[in-house]
Design a protein around this ligand. Structure first.
Ligand code: Z5A
Length: 213
């Protein structure tokens, strides 16, 4: 019997995560006939977590959202999603593909906003327990390219409007952490869709083979 997995896709905005999640779902379905797949995004994917998502993305001109509040809101949304959807799905043998997970908090609130890593790791220890991904796919895009893609799509939200320096720190933190993670794959997401897709296909097929799937 094929054991279901928890796959996470990470990267800066405009890296192509949303597209990659759907693409990976199709690989699992078309090549392995895996139909039970839950696609989720963070923050979001439950009624309450989607409300938190709206709050985080909104620009407030009359009050400043502190970095600690932002971190705790991200975690609140994450815990809500894990407890109500991800864990129950994994228990039932359903595959889960998540657009972002806790590495986003390390990269954005840790690297980007400068919150001490010890605090973020404490939250991880307290609330995530064994809910760690079997595989993290990091789509590496340089901030200028990623933001340009997002700008072409719509106006920027509260986080997307931060400085280029902020996103450079986020990327640096991503790369530092992902290189230490044995269960990860790095994709060069600066290239065009076809090349990115081919790289994802090649690397995920190798990984699936190693999992005896
Ligand atoms: N956040 C956080 O700070 N801490 C946390 O713990 C968590 C999240 C969990 C979520 O907003 C925000 O929350 C995010 C981080 C923060 N904020 N920022 N900034 P979101 O979900 O709206 O943002 P996102 O996760 O970055 O999604 P995105 O902007 O939609 O990016 P994406 O999913 O990686 O890309 P996409 O939707 O697949 O593609 C974006 C556009 O680029 C689209 O028009 C594509 O056609 C184009 N694209 C993608 N790849 C390519 C290539 N290879 N070539 C050409 N064009 C491309």
């Amino acid at each position: 019997m094929i054991k279901n997995k928890f796959i996470v896709v990470e990267g800066l905005e405009g890296a192509g995560k949303t597209h990659a999640c759907i693409y990976i779902k199709n690989i699992l379905y078309k090549r392995y006939n895996i139909k039970n797949i839950l696609l989720v995004r963070q923050p979001g994917s439950t009624f309450i977590a989607e409300i938190i998502r709206k709050l985080i993305k909104k620009k407030f001109y009359f009050e400043h959202l502190t970095k600690e509040t932002e971190l705790l809101l991200m975690y609140a949304a994450r815990i809500q999603l894990i407890e109500t959807k991800i864990k129950p799905a994994l228990k039932k043998g359903i595959w889960v593909i998540s657009d972002r997970h806790d590495l986003s908090s390390i990269a954005y609130q840790g690297g980007g906003l400068g919150i001490n890593k010890i605090i973020i790791n404490q939250l991880k220890l307290l609330f995530l327990h064994d809910c760690t991904p079997d595989l993290t796919i990091y789509l590496d895009v340089c901030p200028k390219i990623g933001l340009k893609r997002v700008l072409n799509r719509n106006s920027l939200d509260a986080i997307e409007s931060r400085s280029l320096e902020f996103f450079k720190r986020v990327r640096k933190t991503y790369l530092k952490n992902i290189k230490l993670d044995q269960k990860s794959i790095i994709i060069n997401a600066n290239l065009n869709f076809n090349i990115v897709n081919d790289d994802i296909t090649k690397k995920i097929l190798i990984w699936l083979k190693k999992q005896h799937i």
